[in-house]
Design a protein around this ligand. Structure first.
Ligand code: DGL
Length: 294
């Protein structure tokens, strides 16, 4: 049963704003909800304009400005850009524009990769726009300038992840095992090999899933890249950063706060967003509304 949200939440229960081009950012939202169980979240999935990856960085920067304006109107206390493409395109601009903390997913993932690698050879798979921006190679090298970064654009993984959500029943990760007939189709493995074999040949020991959609197909990626390569998702690291920022600012919600999770999508099919979103967020989505961002 879905309630349509019409009112702006009151000031004392200031939520955390999280957004992505679609479902992928829900992998980050769920880690935030896990790490900070008293915090309320407003999530926006810009499904009408998904995918962001093939778009021009300037256009995505415009989307970031627009969505942050919308979230600020909803009185959020902090914004998480839970999309690597949007982080690469618009984080710095948004931080300069808005008077509240805004954090992205590239730096947390880069930090985790730099801390994980032993041989200092790190692979990054991301959207075309993220790879073109060099956001990961720059960020990883700020943690350790001696790391060699090998980046591959893997745009078809976004489609596979979105398609997988539609094909599977129940939590999506349960269906991404290589034994599953439902989800991993032979052509998906072929696509994965095409993207990942060159990285294997580079001798990486760490692979950053530099798109928030990719943890949804972690089993496919892990199965092809092999056990000797550690997979990094920025979701958990981002949740830690959110906690640190709020703690520093004395803005953590009190333990007595009853968190609420309000979801919005620019897409046309609310029922579908709710049904698929629950599989990623791993909790019921009871408050969901459509929003138009012209
Ligand atoms: N989830 C987004 C990211 O992290 C990208 C998906 C898209 O292309 O819209 O980059």
């Amino acid at each position: 049963m879905i309630d349509v949200v019409t009112s702006v939440p009151s000031e004392e229960a200031a939520p955390i704003g999280v957004f992505d081009s679609g479902f992928g950012g829900l992998t980050v939202a769920r880690e935030i909800a896990k790490a900070l169980p008293h915090e309320s979240i407003v999530y926006l999935g810009d499904s009408a304009r998904c995918p962001y990856g093939p778009r021009d960085l300037g256009e995505v920067d415009g989307f970031v400005q627009q969505i942050c304006t919308w979230l600020v109107q909803r009185k959020v206390k902090l914004i998480v850009i839970a999309c690597n493409t949007a982080t690469a395109a618009g984080l710095a601009h948004a931080q300069r524009t808005f008077d509240l903390p805004i954090t992205g997913v590239v730096e947390p993932g880069s930090r985790a990769a730099a801390q994980t690698t032993h041989n200092r050879r790190v692979g990054v798979i991301a959207t075309q726009a993220t790879v073109d921006s060099c956001a990961y190679s720059n960020a990883i090298r700020t943690f350790d300038a001696g790391i060699t970064v090998f980046s591959v654009a893997a745009p078809r993984f976004v489609k596979i992840a979105e398609q997988g959500i539609r094909m599977a029943e129940g939590p999506i990760e349960d269906y991404t095992s290589l034994a599953s007939k439902v989800y991993i189709r032979p052509e998906f493995e072929e696509i994965a090999r095409e993207y990942l074999e060159p990285l294997r040949r580079c001798g990486i020991d760490t692979l950053v899933m530099g798109c928030t959609h990719f943890p949804l197909i972690k089993a496919l990626i892990g199965g092809v890249i092999g056990r000797d390569v550690t997979l990094i998702s920025s979701a958990k690291e981002t949740a830690k950063d959110v906690r640190d920022i709020l703690q520093r600012r004395g803005e953590l919600a009190p333990d007595s706060n009853q968190p609420r999770y309000d979801f919005f999508t620019t897409g046309g099919n609310l029922e579908e967003f709710g049904r698929f979103g629950e599989r990623v967020f791993r909790a019921p989505i009871t408050s969901l509304a459509h929003v138009d961002l012209p």
